[in-house]
Design a protein around this ligand. Structure first.
Ligand code: HEM
Length: 351
């Protein structure tokens, strides 16, 4: 059932991205043939960057811009926000492997992974990464790109908080890349710059360190060993960038597909890369990489048992990842409503 929904979501995404690419044709890109259809269906309207990216799809998606100060009967349309996020995911063929999905997942994780259960500070609530010092932390290098990509969506739907938008973008990206459906609900609010108590740097994990460090960081958030390993499975997607972290390369050969590939690769043979950069590991092709903290997932026996489990059983990985990622995005958030059913967690099928 979940897989069927995910596949339905992918079809929907492909249709949308086809339409976006069709419009991009005008600026000299691909997909010329669908342009007249899109124009005919959606009508011409709206200027500015976002309208160029996906505004013409509004007619198709049934969404429209919503006033900044909504009336009391106003019902926020999260499906429209989801659709807008899906539209940007593959809107730039030139970016990395053709998808902003991985960097949006990293944004959702880093905005949430600052949480400390001991004093209830940090976490996604507040969207404090908009400001220094957090925006300037080495660990957050490159995430300005992710925040910028979402800015036109924030402008189009000003009623959504940055903190809801950033976390929802991570969820939508994972689902669109073929991953599990993830429970998500709104309710985060943003802090003003002068209302932020600056967090100490060092709350996010350092890839060059060991299993003790990984446990210290994730136990501080309230996760156990199994949840840690499940969360690490997100390294199936995306890559390291020399100009961001100093590390280089992807973990799998399909960095825009969410799968248990991180675990199957981890079980292979890895050796230290010979280069002048930071210590990282490479496979026999020399194309894939693992960070020292990734290697600890197999060097540490307690972590290793879950690597074995998830390498064998993708459904179990999806189930555990979905639960742990949802928990991560909710750390420290003072929700009013406890019921997930009050907020949509999956894209509506196309009528
Ligand atoms: C010990 C824990 C972790 C460490 C040390 C770590 C470290 C890193 C590093 C160094 C990068 C490369 C950044 C770059 O150069 O662009 C990266 C990328 C990434 N990480 Fe992690 N990570 C950890 C856990 C996680 C978790 C829990 C998630 C999500 C649940 C995650 C999701 C990602 C994704 C999706 C990327 C790719 C980003 C892109 O392609 O732009 N990571 N991580």
């Amino acid at each position: 059932m979940l897989r069927a929904l995910a596949s339905r979501g992918r079809q929907l995404k492909q249709l949308r991205s086809l339409a976006v690419r069709g419009y991009a044709t005008e600026a000299g890109k691909t997909g010329k043939s669908s342009l007249p259809l899109i124009l005919g269906l959606a009508g011409l309207g709206g200027g500015g960057y976002y309208a160029k990216q996906s505004g013409l799809l509004d007619g198709l998606l049934g969404s429209s811009a919503i006033p900044a100060t909504p009336s009391k009967d106003f019902k926020p349309d999260y499906q429209a926000v989801r659709a807008a996020i899906e539209d940007v995911l593959e809107s730039n063929d030139e970016y990395d492997d053709g998808s902003y999905g991985p960097v949006l997942v990293r944004l959702a994780w880093h905005t949430s992974g600052t949480y400390d259960k001991n004093d209830n500070t940090g976490g996604s609530n507040g969207a404090t990464m908009r400001f220094g010092p957090e925006s300037g932390w080495g660990a957050n290098a490159g995430l300005g790109d992710a925040r910028d990509i979402l800015e036109p969506i924030k402008k189009k739907f000003p009623w959504i908080s940055y903190s809801d938008l950033w976390t929802l973008a991570g969820v939508v990206a994972i689902e669109a890349m073929g991953g599990p459906q993830i429970k998500w609900r709104p309710g985060r609010s943003d802090k003003e710059e002068n209302g932020c108590v600056p967090l100490p740097d060092g709350r996010l994990p350092d890839a060059s360190r060991d299993n003790k460090h990984v446990r210290d960081v994730f136990y501080r958030m309230g996760f156990n060993d199994q949840e840690i390993v499940a969360l690490m499975g997100a390294h199936a997607i995306g890559r390291c960038h020399a100009d961001r972290s100093g590390f280089v390369g992807p973990w799998t050969f399909s960095p825009t597909t969410f799968s248990n590939g991180y675990f199957t690769e981890l079980k292979g043979k890895w050796h230290k890369k010979k280069w002048n950069g930071p210590i990282q590991y490479e496979d026999k092709t020399g194309e894939l990489m693992m960070l020292p903290t990734d290697m600890w997932m197999v060097w540490d026996k307690k972590f290793r048992q879950y690597v074995d489990l998830y390498a064998k059983d993708q459904d179990k990985f999806f189930e555990d990842f979905a639960a742990a990622f949802s928990k991560l995005l909710e750390l420290g958030v003072p929700f009013e409503k406890r019921d997930f059913n009050t907020s949509p967690s999956s894209p509506k099928p196309m009528a």
